[in-house]
Design a binder for this molecule. Structure first.
Ligand code: KIV
Ligand code: ZN
Length: 379
């Protein structure tokens, strides 16, 4: 049996930090219901101290999730944040406080203006303080991707010794190359005493378009939790897309020694729902859930797919809840695609007439981006 990878969804927290994507409590509850339907393991419901609305969202989602998922409230390494998160999480059956601070030189010197030793003291304090309220405490080492590895190991050692149950290693700025990020996770596994008793989580951003690759490199090297969002929403270029990591793990589970418990047939519905609620469109060519993810436009591809779907499709659309493969008729389509669509519409022609039909089709196609059934009917 491969390792179970926990899917920690942060659409309602990091995803909501996408400019323009803020959601009210009712909207967050609708998405949380879909996350539960998909069987995510962990829902990060908000940042309770940030606003009364976020506080209420964490409360309500805690109530909604019951035993079905861990519900998380984010905090800074600040006592009053932790007090507020603990208060909001009282409704949750499986509450988790997610606390931590920056660990890179940029964060220590420029943002926090503290020394490495002070950072370690704060890490120990926030974990111990959160442990007074809940057993399940996740420590995040913000900007771990740009931290000194030896210092990162010291901070994580301190968090583990202080009682963290999960240690989150974020590449906050999406800076690393996948191999280097994987080596970081391996370094932690090799050098932090007792890390085998806690969950290692990866939280990667998409600034260089590599969030999914980074998360999978983390999994390959020992992480068993991935933090991700529907449609890859999140700060700046976004977070790891849930649908991408889940399907990559499904496809490459053996080599990654990994599986998830996600109901993949719900992925497209989740994507549409989040897009509708946040008003953030999904790019047509987005992996897994984009409207072109299973659409074939060129004659060569259409011919291949019509002969055998797997010539150009590695995923079955039904596995992600998509409507099905689509053949787009355009000026790039060949005889096979046109013949196929006409036959579906109930028209068949002898070969000697078909060439003329195809020429008429090309004339229309040259004038339009896409040829629809109505155009074929009028032809
Ligand atoms: O990107 C990041 O480092 C975060 C932390 C708060 C976990 O979102
Ligand atoms: Zn983040």
């Amino acid at each position: 049996m491969t390792r179970k990878i926990n899917i920690f969804d942060t659409t309602l927290r990091d995803g909501e930090q996408s400019p323009g994507a803020s959601m009210n409590t009712e909207e967050k509850l609708v998405i949380a219901q879909q996350l539960l339907r998909m069987n995510v393991d962990v829902i990060e419901a908000g940042f309770p101290i940030s606003s009364p609305g976020d506080f209420r969202s964490v409360q309500e989602i805690g109530r909604l999730a019951g035993d079905d998922a861990v519900v998380v409230g984010l905090t800074r390494a600040v006592d009053k944040d932790i007090d507020r998160a603990a208060e909001a999480l009282k409704t949750a059956k499986r509450p988790r406080i997610h606390t931590g601070l920056g660990v890179s030189p940029q964060h220590l010197q420029e943002k926090l203006r503290i020394t490495e030793d002070e950072c370690i003291e704060r890490a120990i304090h926030c974990v111990k303080y959160a442990k007074k309220y809940v057993d399940d405490v996740e420590f995040y080492a913000e900007d771990a991707g740009r931290a000194d590895q030896k210092f990162l190991e010291r901070v994580i050692q301190a968090a583990v010794d202080a009682g963290a149950t999960v240690v989150n290693i974020p590449d906050t700025t999406g800076y690393q190359m996948p191999d280097d990020f994987g080596a970081r996770i391996k370094g932690l596994c090799d050098n932090v005493r007792g890390i085998e008793n806690v969950t290692i989580s990866v939280h990667t951003h998409n600034d260089l378009g590599m969030a999914t690759a980074l998360a999978l490199a983390g999994v390959k090297n020992g992480a068993t939790q991935i933090e991700c969002t529907i449609n890859g929403l999140g700060e700046r270029a976004g977070n790891t897309a849930l649908e991408e990591v889940v399907m990559a793990i499904k496809m490459h589970g053996d080599e990654l020694d990994a599986h998830t418990g996600i109901v993949t047939q719900e992925l497209t519905r989740a994507s549409h729902l989040v897009s509708r609620i946040t008003g953030m469109n999904v790019q047509a060519n987005k992996a897994i859930v984009g409207s072109n993810a299973f659409a074939h436009s060129s004659g060569i591809h259409q011919d291949g797919v019509l002969k055998a779907r797997d010539t150009y499709e590695i995923l079955d659309p039904a596995d992600v809840g998509a409507a099905g493969s689509e053949i787009i008729l355009s000026a790039r389509s060949g005889h096979a695609a046109l013949k196929h669509r006409l036959a579906e519409l109930g028209y068949t022609f002898p070969d000697n007439e078909f060439d003329e039909i195809y020429q008429r089709f090309l004339e229309i196609a040259d004038q339009k981006k896409e040829v629809y059934d109505e155009d074929l009917e009028s032809m």
